[in-house]
Design a protein around this ligand. Structure first.
Ligand SMILES: Cc1cc2nc3c(=O)[nH]c(=O)nc-3n(C[C@H](O)[C@H](O)[C@H](O)COP(=O)(O)OP(=O)(O)OC[C@H]3O[C@@H](n4cnc5c(N)ncnc54)[C@H](O)[C@@H]3O)c2cc1C
Length: 489
């Protein structure tokens, strides 16, 4: 019997897992090479004594994109369970203002109007604007290749062009929010969504106003068992389709001849696949091809997404004043983003995000304890000294103790720190970038690496550093777009 063609997927992050499933369904023999001893990449977990931590993403939208993979494989979507969050997030400000963001857009507008004194109609209008931009842009920018002529001839694209003025591409996201919402705290709340792809609201185009619509019109969710359930579910789905995983297999070199990838080598073995898919950061892939193959200039020059400094703390005590997702805003958001761009170390007053999965996932912390994933944004391209890291820890704890008005440092029973270098080592993403490249430039959506190679006819790309960008939903879309480029076996 003729052997099926072999597809080699490099990297077992969420995009590599999703593409391996799609390729198995297309009829390929699929092997996945992963440098770690575990799958998931950024979407992985860490066990610290009795505390379990989701090690990367914690905000989950568009669960139907995961379900789609089960459906394509002919499996029940009930294998992947998740619950809707309401409230979505609890917000804190230094002056004592607090706000729980309801999941329903009408309730959000009402509650936000009461808290921030902005007319309910203006807030509803902002949410509807967000939805309109999403509905206009997503079919073109998020679900299709941006590197094929048929995208630009599609009805969706032409509809988008007709609505171009409404997209406000010449304004920044912050300018668009500030023009409608006459309250700095509410503007800050909406501006925060720029960080969902590692960007600055003061630089990112106003089209990024689309991001909150995902949470308020389609929902924010938590998988049963925590975020790691996405990885576990996709890994076992892939295995059930015959995908072979090879862990602790670091790709060291990719040999090619006359525009064809011929051989892929790890530190241990070599293989001659019919096609190769890179699901690793594109900036780390090019050097494996040969010194002559350099990353396209526009990609090399794009702003990298921010990285992060994460203190994973096992904390003794129950904190009913905290939700699953919590944000402690800085007093001067613009200064925080300026400092992220210009100085090394943490901003003087960083916005703090705390995700506590043990609020919902039994067993993630012992009884009477909680697991705090405490994160601030940080530039990945500047050095972080031990002193700067200690200083950031100190100022985070001081701020939390002041706002929550109770001791925290003395309640920390276990600590695992993940800094930009740690993220880079754990995932192979240069600078520990969380989302590949940022959307700080107006044309960022057009400048990401395509899902195929123009130089090598059997090389494809997926993941957060290529089109359509970072974050779990976009990575899953990226795998779908790449799979569309690949012929059936
Ligand atoms: C701290 C943090 C918070 C985040 N928060 C969110 C969030 O709340 N919501 C959200 O949607 N997204 C979030 N993200 C972003 C999201 O995690 C990523 O966009 C997504 O998981 C990237 O998946 P990927 O498959 O592209 O790459 P990765 O997850 O980076 O996977 C790449 C894989 O390739 C492997 N690899 C690298 N080099 C090699 C090599 N040479 N040989 C073999 N294997 C190799 C790596 O070990 C890794 O397993 C966050 C990320 C981080 C780090």
């Amino acid at each position: 019997m003729k052997q099926k063609p072999l597809a080699l997927v490099l990297g077992a992050g969420v995009s590599g897992l999703a593409l391996s499933i799609r390729l198995a369904i297309k009829g390929y023999r699929v092997e996945v090479w992963e440098k770690n001893s575990f799958a998931g990449g950024k979407l992985s977990e860490y066990q610290l004594g009795p505390y379990r931590f989701d090690a990367g993403p914690s905000l989950f939208t568009l669960p139907t994109l995961v379900e789609e993979l089960y459906q394509l494989a002919g499996k029940s979507t009930e294998m992947f369970a998740y619950e809707r969050l309401d409230p979505i997030c609890r917000y804190f400000w230094g002056d004592g203002t607090g706000f729980d963001a309801p999941a329903d857009p009408d309730q959000f507008a009402r509650a936000a109007s009461n808290t921030f004194g902005v007319p309910e109609a203006s807030i509803k209008q902002q949410l509807l604007r967000s939805k309109e931009i999403y509905d206009t842009t997503a079919p073109v920018f998020l679900f299709r290749s941006m590197h094929k002529a048929d995208t630009f001839l599609s009805k969706d694209f032409l509809r988008g062009v007709a609505r171009f003025p409404q997209l406000q591409v010449f304004k920044s996201m912050h300018q668009a929010h500030a023009s409608r919402l006459n309250n700095p705290k509410l503007v800050q709340l909406f501006d925060r969504y720029a960080t969902y792809n590692g960007s600055s609201p003061y630089k990112a185009p106003a089209t990024l106003q689309a991001i909150p619509s995902l949470e308020y019109f389609q929902g924010a969710w938590l998988p049963k068992g925590g975020m790691i359930s996405i990885t576990r579910g996709l890994e076992s789905l892939a295995k059930s389709l015959g995908v072979q995983f090879s862990f602790e297999q670091t790709v060291t070199q990719i040999h090619h001849r006359k525009g064809v990838i011929q051989k892929v080598c790890s530190q241990k073995i070599e293989i001659e696949p019919n096609l190769t898919v890179s699901a690793i950061d594109v900036a780390a892939l090019y050097p494996l091809l040969s010194p002559k193959e350099t990353l396209p200039k526009r990609i090399k020059e794009a702003d990298r997404s921010t990285s992060a400094l994460v203190f994973n703390w096992g904390v003794e005590g129950a904190f009913p004043e905290l939700e699953l997702h919590n944000i402690f805003f800085s007093d001067d958001y613009q200064k925080e983003f300026e400092q992220l761009e210009t100085q090394s170390g943490a901003p003087d007053d960083p916005t703090i995000y705390i995700y506590i999965s043990s609020k919902k996932v039994e067993g993630d912390a012992p009884k009477g304890h909680e697991n705090w994933f405490t994160m601030i944004n940080l530039p990945g391209d500047k050095p972080l000294s031990r002193e700067a890291q200690n200083q950031a820890r100190k100022s985070i704890l001081q701020k939390l103790e002041r706002i929550l008005n109770r001791p925290i440092e003395s309640k920390i029973r276990a600590e695992w720190i993940l800094n930009p270098k740690g993220i880079a080592n754990r995932t192979g993403s240069p600078d520990g970038a969380l989302y590949g490249s940022a959307s700080n430039q107006r044309m960022a959506a057009f400048n990401r690496h395509p899902n195929f190679s123009r130089r090598f006819k059997n090389l494809y790309f997926t993941g957060g550093s290529v089109h359509p960008g970072g974050g779990i939903p976009l990575c899953l879309n990226s795998a779908a777009i790449a799979a569309n480029e690949i012929p059936d076996a």
